[in-house]
Write a protein that binds this ligand. Structure first.
Ligand code: APR
Length: 230
């Protein structure tokens, strides 16, 4: 099984900003203003609007060749475990069938009171209430200081995979950034595909650098050419 971890870099060429590059989101908006529970309590309108804009933007863009290459890899019969830090749905829209969104999903809302998660493709605001308990709805994304989703499943997969591949992530945000170290400690082969070497470069056995739409299809081709499945 190949464990694949993706980050904002894979969606960059679809038109979504990354977070920490010069033109990245966190250089335009302060994390403390839009991506913490304290920000939501202090100024829910600002937080709703930030995510409403991102939701609208997502609905106007398309998956790219890197997303499609990973979907092809799955279709080939190669067993993969796809975990993304991205809240977009571009993997699903390119045909990947099982995608674990460890930082949540932009097109979902969650109830603050009962935790119910709802598909939410449109704008979200303070007047929208939970259909179950009437509680306040928030974007179903994992904010700073909150626990990511699927950590148990991720833990199991890290211990089973034969190859660990990181695509388009700066390796800054934990626990995602620590997964490569865990995989390496198990003796798993580790590969990085990114625009440039990440902070974790020394933990990767191999690195291929360039835009995701170029390096990901080439890497997928090389896996398919090997024939024998990991
Ligand atoms: N192709 C491949 N990689 C790219 C491209 C591209 N076209 N453009 C940028 N990159 C790389 C950058 O060099 C960088 O290493 O993608 C990485 C993006 O890093 P970040 O902006 O830090 O995004 P990410 O690692 O996904 O962030 C992790 O932080 O706040 C958050 O919750 C958010 O899930 C996100 C988490």
């Amino acid at each position: 099984m190949i464990f694949i971890l993706t980050g904002a870099g894979i969606s960059r060429e679809s038109g979504l900003e990354t977070f920490r590059d010069a033109a990245g989101l966190w250089n335009k908006v302060r994390i403390e203003d839009v991506a913490t529970i304290e920000a939501f309590r202090r100024n829910p309108q600002k937080v709703y609007e930030f995510y409403n804009q991102r939701r609208r933007q997502l609905l106007s863009i398309e998956p790219n060749a890197a997303h499609r290459a990973l979907a092809e890899l799955e279709k080939s019969g190669q067993k993969i475990f796809l975990v993304t830090q991205n809240v977009d749905n571009l993997h699903e829209r390119s045909g990947s069938t099982v995608v674990l969104h460890m930082h949540g999903r932009l097109l979902a809302a969650a109830c603050q009171e009962c935790g119910l998660s709802l598909e939410w493709p449109g704008d979200l605001g303070g007047d929208d209430k939970c259909p179950g308990c009437g509680g306040t709805l928030r974007p179903d994304v994992v904010w700073f200081g909150e626990k990511p989703y699927y950590l148990d499943e991720i833990e199991r997969a890290i211990n089973q995979c034969r190859v660990f591949v990181s695509i388009g992530t700066s390796g800054t945000v934990y626990p995602a950034a620590g997964l490569v170290t865990r995989a390496k400690a198990n003796g798993t082969r580790t590969v990085e595909l990114n625009l440039e070497p990440s902070r974790n470069r020394s933990s990767f056995d191999q690195g291929f650098y360039g835009p995701a739409t170029e390096v990901v299809p080439v890497w997928v081709e090389s896996v398919l050419a090997q024939g024998n499945k990991c």
